[in-house]
Design a protein around this ligand. Structure first.
Ligand SMILES: O=c1[nH]cnc2c1ncn2[C@H]1C[C@H](O)[C@@H](CO)O1
Ligand SMILES: [Zn+2]
Length: 358
């Protein structure tokens, strides 16, 4: 049995976490009071509960409505810096040693900040967070463009401009149905020409065509969620132990070792999966897809990396060897340069597990 302490201490790698989905409820309250923004609750614990319950909606569109409040309080540089710093501190306290944290700069301009000022504020917040965290952590930014809007090219250029200043990649997010990845093909083609990295939210609220486009048209390095790849896999009722056949797309994803940024709790809330035990991650991990475990939105799901691992351990009987595999999978899939990935694997992840598994 893994103890709570081991779960927290185990070095974890997080590739999919939204900055505007991970605020502390107390911070939302304080920042809202500063700018006179009305919130649905006035007590921190109740507000935290409200986010989880409202996000627990069964649809991605309704889940996303809760972000109106977090985005509203992240419109000035001081607020953004604070949120960014606290995010890094909270992840480090939970044993995350490497994190890529994403947000959409275009959503933080209503009080007059420029896109560059937003990225600078997050950068300063991350630097502060890393310097003050209770454990060592490396935090990097991914810049997201909203898929229903039309600023992806501009945001992709911003990601390239800031590639040596804490930004390691690009992403698109928001409602998936009706907004296919190819809508932003120019941005993805530009990034490929610039030798830049990107991931795409795909196969969460829409199925295989979204995943296929993300990979075969847009050239995504990784898939955000990607749970619906399960629709291209046939397996009998015996499920995990029976006969399994991969379709061409699923085989391609596995053959090419395309990382899946899986977020179990978030998927239950948006209706992408019915329970942790039935979540495709069980079968995908068993079939040795490049599976990684992530939080998506800690505030909306009331979760943390160690909680996600605990839920999986309970459902699939995972132990330290599985956690080690998830951490190494994720670190191999990170967007920082190869030597930096290897250094964290060799000097942080492997030594901790070697000791814990002794
Ligand atoms: O899981 C998600 N799917 C699609 N979009 C998402 C998800 N979680 C957060 N977002 C959106 C809402 C945020 O405001 C935006 C940028 O972080 O990304
Ligand atoms: Zn997400």
């Amino acid at each position: 049995m893994i103890t709570q302490e081991q779960l927290r201490d185990a070095p974890k790698v997080l590739l999919h976490d939204h900055l505007d989905g991970g605020l502390r409820p107390e911070t939302v309250l304080e920042l809202a009071a500063e700018i006179g923004h009305d919130l649905p609750r006035t007590d921190a614990a109740e507000l935290g509960q409200w986010f989880v319950e409202s996000a627990d909606s069964g649809s991605l569109e309704r889940y996303l409505e809760t972000f109106d409040h977090t985005v509203a309080v992240m419109q000035n540089a001081e607020a953004i810096k604070r949120v960014a710093s606290e995010c890094v501190q909270d992840l480090a306290a939970d044993g995350v040693v490497y994190a890529e944290i994403r947000y959409a700069p275009e959503q933080h301009l209503t009080a007059g900040l420029s896109l560059e000022q937003v990225v600078d504020a997050v950068h300063e917040g991350f630097e502060h967070g890393m310097a003050t965290a209770e454990r060592p952590i490396v935090a990097r930014q991914l810049l997201t463009a909203m898929r229903h809007k039309a600023r992806s090219m501009e945001i992709a250029e911003l990601a390239v401009t800031y590639r040596d200043a804490g930004v390691v990649g690009f992403d698109i997010a928001g409602a998936e149905a009706g907004y296919p990845p190819t809508r932003h093909l120019d941005a993805f083609e530009y990034l490929q020409r610039e030798n830049a990295h990107f991931t795409i939210h795909a196969g969460e609220a829409f199925g295989l065509p979204s995943i296929w486009q993300a990979i075969q048209w847009c050239g995504a390095d990784r898939l955000g969620h990607g749970v619906r790849i399960i629709d291209d896999i046939t397996y009998d009722e015996a499920g995990l132990d029976g006969k399994v056949e991969l379709g061409r797309l699923a085989a391609y994803v596995r053959d090419r070792r395309i990382p899946l940024e899986m977020c179990p709790s978030s998927n239950l809330q948006t209706g992408a999966a019915d329970s942790i035990a039935e979540h495709p991650i069980g079968l995908l991990a068993k079939l040795k897809f490049r599976v990684t475990v992530n939080t998506d939105n800690r505030l909306m799901s009331g979760t943390s990396m160690s909680r996600e691992l605990a839920l999986l351990a309970e459902a699939f009987d995972y132990g330290l060897l599985d956690f080690r595999w998830f951490a190494i999978n994720a670190m191999k899939s990170a967007f920082v340069p190869f030597d930096e990935r290897l250094a964290i694997i060799d000097t942080v992840i492997k030594p901790w597990y070697a000791e814990a598994l002794r």
